[in-house]
Design a protein around this ligand. Structure first.
Ligand SMILES: O=P(O)(O)OC[C@H]1O[C@](O)(CO)[C@@H](O)[C@@H]1O
Length: 257
């Protein structure tokens, strides 16, 4: 695993994180295959019993109070290796619900730590989902999901577990309504010999998907090559665009990938 900005290990047999000195974090919450079936292309497939494990609210003890005051939350996730039927292991897909603290949907800032990921995003969960993107990331890459966009996280390399961290607002909420009404997001990630193919979900009338690599987010004040936790430590105000999405409203409008 890359340097995530503080001492952290992942135990891939128990799907637990082990926190180093002066680091806090909970036991992981496990998400079972049976709980995500209705967002898969085939709900009856076999796959790992636990598909992913999530530890919400981790960080350095010295930052604990500041994170609460800023309403910021850092989480860590382990996505299992393997497949769920023809698809790679992935999350269900959701939209960030309106957070009471800012009365808006908020963005999420991912940093890939191990393995390979696609963060899939679509503008809406209507029958016409708008623009559809799958953004590819390797360890050290940062990927941002803009407010209001439906998204899911995909393990892009079924031969190994995928790990990542993400900044989000503390009073986050997930809205699954539109995704579940369409049996998932607009594209299913199917595993092929040489990678992932995105297969259209017939419940939508989607435009072609754009598969892209991630990029630098200079317009949001992010730096390359520095863990996003360290970037928060260097400038604790840097991620204010997460808790106050209106600060970056021009970025979110016509968001470019
Ligand atoms: O509830 P879903 O859609 O399966 O997604 C859960 C995933 O979403 C996250 O918020 C990351 O977007 C993590 O908690 C987890 O990886």
């Amino acid at each position: 695993m890359i340097d995530v900005g503080f001492p952290l290990q992942a135990n891939l047999s128990t799907l637990e994180f082990e926190y180093g000195k002066d680091v806090f974090g909970p036991k992981t919450e496990k998400q079972h295959l049976d709980d995500i079936r209705r967002s898969l292309s085939d709900p009856h497939v076999d796959g790992p019993d636990i598909v992913y494990a999530v530890a919400m609210d981790i960080g350095k003890e010295k930052d604990r109070q500041d994170l609460i005051e800023r309403n910021l939350l850092y989480g860590a996730m382990i996505f299992e290796k393997g497949r769920v039927g023809k698809e790679s292991v992935r999350s269900q897909g959701h939209v960030h619900a309106i957070s009471p603290s800012c009365n808006d949907s908020t963005c999420e800032v991912y940093e890939i730590w191990q393995g390979a990921a696609y963060i899939y995003m679509q503008e809406t969960t209507e029958d016409d989902p708008g623009r559809c993107y799958a953004v590819y990331g390797l360890p050290g890459d940062v990927i941002i999901v803009p407010p209001h966009w439906a998204h899911c996280t995909i393990n892009a390399d079924p031969s190994q577990a995928m790990l990542f961290g993400a900044w989000c607002v503390r009073d986050y909420g997930f809205d699954y309504t539109g995704v579940r009404a369409h049996q998932g997001v607009a594209y299913y990630p199917q595993v092929q010999k040489d990678g992932i193919d995105f297969v259209a979900n017939p419940m939508y009338h989607a435009q072609p998907i754009q598969v892209v690599k991630t990029r630098a987010y200079l317009e949001l004040g992010l730096q390359g090559q520095v863990p996003i936790y360290t970037q928060y430590e260097q400038d604790p105000n840097r991620f204010a665009f997460i808790t106050h999405p209106d600060i970056a409203k021009d970025v979110w409008k016509n968001y470019h990938f």
